[in-house]
Design a protein around this ligand. Structure first.
Ligand code: 5GP
Length: 237
């Protein structure tokens, strides 16, 4: 099914699909990077966990009516998706203060945001993905005001659904990053991945961090934590 390597990112490879220009295969790597690629490591099994966790998240979101690029997991480390042109934005939704917002604004960690906070970052590695505002989005991307309204609305809907999804497995969804793309019909759909690499997840009982912060902050064994999340998701069904 998978044909030529189209692109290699920090966490995934993207392949074309033979005979279907509207599809891609995402192949999840075992590499972990943090701090804009400054910290790097490889974890055996990480690609499998992120592929399987992200597939479960996208399946759930599709059941809840969120349009996305996701088609199906085709094996343990790869999934088939609709080809989209990614809008170079990282849309971050925050329910609880953690990470960069604490460093940037001095807001106390664990402050609850109600309503959730929406932040936009310009997806550009060379610039370290800077925080931008709506006007910058119109200037820097081909997204229109209506597109941006739609993107923010979808991101908040994803938040509503995912808060419930993770609560069922005793995890608090602290914050997460989404990416959106345009498909062949020019529709804006949720793209990329949703996994413990792109979300902050705290155990509701113990407060333990169960996401990529384990790697960023050297808190323990990343693969054990990701394995635990997948086991909880598999036990849920
Ligand atoms: P922060 O802005 O606090 O660093 O990140 C907010 C949330 O978005 C966290 O859940 C973090 O994992 C996710 N996030 C932000 N930027 C990136 C990125 O470039 N890559 C990944 N994997 N996640 C990101």
């Amino acid at each position: 099914m998978k044909d030529k390597l189209l692109y290699e990112g920090k966490a995934k490879q993207v392949f074309t699909v033979a005979d279907n220009p509207n599809l891609l295969v995402l192949s999840y790597k075992n590499d972990a990077t943090a701090f804009n690629g400054e910290k790097k490591a490889e974890f055996q099994g990480k690609g499998r966990f992120n592929n399987l966790i992200s597939a479960k998240v996208f399946e759930y979101l599709q059941q809840k009516g969120i349009n996305s690029h996701f088609k199906e997991a085709i094996n343990e480390t790869e999934q088939l998706v609709e080809k989209t042109t990614i809008i170079p934005l990282e849309v971050v939704i925050r329910n609880v203060a953690a990470g960069s917002i604490v460093r940037r604004t001095g807001i106390t960690e664990k402050t609850i945001f109600n309503p959730p906070l929406v932040e936009l970052f310009y997806k550009k590695d060379e610039l370290g993905d800077p925080l931008i505002n709506d006007d910058h989005v119109l200037l820097l991307t081909d997204a229109t005001e209506a597109d941006l309204t739609k993107i923010k609305k979808m991101a908040l809907q994803v938040n509503e659904q995912l808060q419930a999804f993770f609560k069922e497995i005793n995890l608090q969804l602290v914050d997460f990053k989404l990416e959106f793309g345009r498909n062949a019909s020019s529709e804006i759909v949720l793209s990329d991945e949703v996994s413990p690499d792109t979300c902050r997840l705290w155990d509701i009982g113990t407060g333990e961090k169960m996401d990529k912060d384990v790697f960023r902050e050297d808190l323990g064994d990343l693969v054990t934590v990701y394995d635990n999340i997948l086991s909880r998701l598999e036990a849920k069904q």
